[in-house]
Design a protein around this ligand. Structure first.
Ligand SMILES: Nc1ncnc2c1ncn2[C@@H]1O[C@H](COP(=O)(O)OP(=O)(O)OP(=O)(O)O)[C@@H](O)[C@H]1O
Ligand SMILES: [Mg+2]
Length: 260
């Protein structure tokens, strides 16, 4: 049975095509103004890779902040539910999911079936998100993909005191002017985010295993900083950015199985 999950995020759109509980393929593209068209393109690109057709899809489920703008989806489900489902499927030991995306970050407690028990989220500002790191990467002249690798070169600890994106950017510019090394500044930024996420996570009962999802989990510097701060068993899926879309596809599979 062929189904699809779509995660329409603030920075990227993800599509996962699932057949009989196996990921056939996936695609990640940047989000733009024409959300509906771009999401259809993302799905069509994935179907091209799998050699299937749109008409072959039994159910399509959408998630992410733009999920309500997708008329061709059969159902929309919240990101919290989808990240929990996806993380549980990838690692059934998951009891906590930390999703750090472009515009928000969430900590989700899940049970052994992948059901959401509780969650906390920061969606009020860019602090502790991928967008925050992107602004800092630009100020430091480092590519987003190289943030982690660069920060891991650090030999000196620097504390970043501002968490507001605008103030932190000024702080970074001042530190560069003072001659601080890029890698030390980056380490400070990653540690500051890890502390913020750690405080958020402490509002829930943190339990092993903690699965990291969202594009920021591809940043090895962020993963290291979180491991250090959380002092817990951390699992990073091979492609953390598609976990929400995978969860949507799993929900679609369940619906199709139930003939809803
Ligand atoms: N290879 C990478 N290294 C470091 N960071 C990365 C990498 N790939 C993606 N990111 C970061 O991941 C973020 C996007 O993550 P994701 O696609 O999960 O966001 P989103 O789902 O669109 O956002 P949201 O869930 O907040 O709506 C970007 O800020 C980007 O900087
Ligand atoms: Mg997301």
């Amino acid at each position: 049975m062929l189904v699809a999950g779509l995660d329409v995020g603030s920075l990227t759109i993800k599509a996962v095509v699932l057949e009989d509980n196996t990921i056939k393929d996936f695609t990640i593209i940047p989000t733009g103004a024409e959300i509906n068209k771009l999401t259809k393109d993302c799905l069509e690109l994935t179907l091209k890779k799998t050699g299937d057709y749109f008409k072959d899809l039994k159910i399509i489920v959408a998630t992410g902040y733009g999920r309500i703008s997708i008329p061709f989806a059969d159902k929309s489900i919240t990101e919290i539910t989808c990240h929990a489902l996806g993380a549980n499927w990838l690692n059934p030991d998951t009891r906590t999911v930390i999703d750090i995306g472009g515009q928000d970050s969430k900590v989700i407690s899940v049970d052994k079936e992948g059901r959401v028990v509780d969650f906390v989220m920061n969606d009020k500002c860019a602090a502790g998100t991928g967008r925050f790191l992107e602004v800092m990467a630009q100020a430091l002249g480092v590519k987003t993909e190289d943030l982690g690798k660069e920060s891991l070169k650090s030999r000196r600890k620097i504390n970043i005191s501002s968490m507001c994106t605008v103030f932190a950017e000024s702080e970074v510019i001042s530190l560069i002017a003072e001659g601080c090394a890029k890698e030390d500044i980056l380490r400070g930024l990653h540690e500051a985010i890890a502390n913020r996420i750690g405080s958020m996570a402490n509002r829930l009962r943190l339990e092993n295993t903690i699965t990291l999802t969202g594009g920021v989990a591809k940043n090895t510097g962020m993963v290291q900083a979180l491991k250090k701060r959380l002092k817990a068993k951390v699992y990073v899926p091979p492609e953390p950015q598609i976990v929400g879309a995978l969860g949507a596809a799993l929900a679609a599979q369940k619906m199709a199985g139930n003939n809803i």
